[in-house]
Design a protein around this ligand. Structure first.
Ligand code: NAD
Length: 547
């Protein structure tokens, strides 16, 4: 009779299949002997730098970004150190592949390109045993969880369980941009169903074949998950990601006071945009308190920015009611004014007394803002008329077209600069190429959340803060703005170069953790040198020695 029991693999074979310890052809001669790897690898020993060259050659030869994404994820599954070395050494090239926009495409195709599980799935079927199943997660020192329920993936809507690509990608950025160790990161998909008909009708869809639950059933599962996470991984930081509008604001309000939890779509976006506005003040020579911002779009991103901006004005001594009057919103129903029907709770603080105005251009004329921020997901809404009006009202109008991806931006960099005769201070959500106007070259800044959340997460984790506050995001915004150089500003860029992101994140982490120590949010003793402490924690993608 044939023995059906699979053979127990010896340690050397296991190590080759463990992405955390695998070095591929970089095992030394001594390691090959010690780990019984002789014959299992081709004979030539390669350095990590040589392996990186091979990977780059492969990535660049791929015909599409989705193919590049698949190649990189496969590398992450077999050799994490090499994956992070490639990402970190080529961040500007790789970020659009492992994160937006390519990750969005990958999520849309997830059920068809699925190869190997990554991350952790908690579904409605696990109700009552969430803690028990979470014990299956192999990494016991989990410090950060990014969780999504897949309802509002980027600008792509409800992708159900296929939204898993987002927590995976975001955590890869935590590691690449801030050095949080990959084994301390846990991507989680909370599968509560989907209302996406295409997915429900696709036999290859990986999630539950049912419509989304709302109300008590939803809340109970979320709460069971949060409770289990806190018990199994004491002090863990939970980032909620790409939840639908109502759940995002509600869950953030409910948990932020007693759980180490934040929402990057709301608070991270808030900090990155406010950092851009603070840096703009160095160009205009004006003050935050002299700004009047008109937002197009009053969702998670717009309201999140307004909340951080209000915190910034309060820090300067303004009272909250007065500060809110510096932020105005136009949403899909026109100008947000007091008395308008059915105003959602998160918009109410910004519904001011004013006559109702239907169109954005008319609102610009009436309110005369110093800045317009686009977070509507609607392309071409910052029209020539709007930009020209802004340039007439202001010597240096602040125009941030933040909707993603590039195709959804409210205007292009070229339009903002040319319609304002080169006077606009422009930033966007997705990258735009430099623009040449006459003899001048403008380099648009990208208000990428990756400037903020990795540093905030790092600061919270290292300081062991029990909570994450809006003030920490404001501290992060100041920290980021301070790192914009004069040379950046001269070229029109209100954000530092992405290539400096590790340094940026470390300094943000320093300022965030300083706040945790000062405010008593942690029981950890403040180290003498906070920055050295932060650097000491940060992961670097190098191979360990096994012999
Ligand atoms: P959301 O769905 O929560 O909100 C969208 C808002 O836009 C709603 O208030 C809606 O009423 C409004 N809107 C829709 N159509 C409109 C129209 N024609 N005119 C005026 N308003 C309209 O979405 P969100 O999470 O707030 O994201 C909005 C956009 O911001 C997305 O494109 C997203 O990619 C982008 N974003 C950018 C960054 C960044 O640059 N760092 C970060 C987060 C989100």
């Amino acid at each position: 009779m044939i023995n059906q029991t699979p053979p127990d693999l010896h340690a050397g074979v296991k190590i080759l299949h463990d992405p955390v310890r695998n070095k591929g052809t970089a095992y030394t001669e001594a390691e090959r002997d010690a780990l019984k790897l002789r014959g299992l690898l081709p004979p030539r020993v390669h350095s990590m730098a040589e392996q990186e060259l091979r990977v780059l050659g492969n990535i660049r030869a791929k015909p599409t970004d989705l193919e590049r994404y698949l190649y990189l994820i496969a590398l992450q599954d077999r050799n994490e150190n090499l994956f992070y070395r490639v990402i970190m050494n080529h961040l500007e090239e790789m970020m659009p592949i492992i994160y937006t926009p390519t990750v969005g495409k990958a999520c849309q195709e997830f059920q068809h390109i699925y190869r190997k599980p990554r991350g952790f799935y908690v579904s409605l079927q696990d109700k009552g045993r969430v803690k028990e199943i979470m014990r299956n997660w192999p990494h016991k020192d989990t410090r950060i969880i990014v969780v999504t329920d897949g309802e509002r993936i980027l600008g792509l809507g409800d992708l159900g369980a296929d939204g898993m690509g987002i927590p995976i990608g975001k955590l890869a950025l935590y590691t690449a941009c801030a050095g949080i160790h990959p084994t301390q990161c846990m991507p989680v998909m909370l599968d509560v169903g989907t209302n996406n008909e295409k997915l429900l009708n696709d036999p290859l869809y990986n999630g539950l074949e049912r419509r989304r639950v709302r109300g008590k059933e939803y809340d109970d599962l979320f709460d069971e998950f949060v409770t289990a996470a806190k018990e199994l991984f004491p002090g863990v930081l939970i980032q909620i990601e790409d939840f639908g509008n109502t759940n995002a604001f509600r869950l953030l309000d409910q948990y932020r006071g007693n759980t180490c939890l934040f929402d990057d779509d709301i608070q991270g976006t808030g900090a990155v945009a406010v950092a851009g506005i603070i840096a703009s003040m160095r160009i205009t020579g004006s003050k935050l308190s002299a700004q009047k911002i008109l937002f197009l779009g009053a969702g998670e991103a717009g309201i999140g920015i307004a909340n951080v901006f209000v915190a910034a004005l309060k820090e300067e001594g303004m009272n909250e009611d007065e500060a809110r009057k510096h932020c105005w919103f136009v949403d899909s129903k026109g100008l947000l004014v007091a008395g308008r029907d059915n105003i959602a709770a998160h918009k109410k603080p910004y519904a001011h007394e004013h006559e109702y105005i239907a169109g954005f251009a008319d609102a610009v004329e009436a309110l005369k803002p110093t800045a317009i921020l686009g977070l509507s997901g609607q392309p071409s809404t910052f029209t020539k008329e709007v930009v020209e009006a802004m340039a007439k009202i202001n010597e240096r109008p602040i125009i941030f077209a933040l909707s993603n991806p590039t195709s959804q931006a409210e205007c292009t960099a070229e339009q903002a600069y040319s319609w304002s005769e080169g006077r606009a201070i422009f930033a966007s959500g997705s990258p735009f190429d430099p623009v040449k106007l006459g003899n001048q070259v403008f380099v648009p800044g990208q208000g990428n959340n990756a400037y903020i959340f990795p540093g905030v997460g790092l600061g919270v984790i290292v300081s062991r803060s029990r909570i994450v506050t809006d003030e920490m995001f404001l501290a992060a915004a100041h920290s980021l703005a301070n790192q914009v150089t004069e040379a950046d500003l001269e070229r029109g860029r209100v954000y530092p170069a992405l290539s400096r992101i590790r340094q940026v994140s470390a300094l943000i982490a320093r300022d965030v953790s300083k706040m945790a120590y000062d405010k008593g949010f942690t029981d950890r003793e403040e180290p003498d040198d906070i920055l050295a402490d932060i650097h000491g924690y940060m992961y670097h993608p190098v191979y360990p020695h096994y012999a």
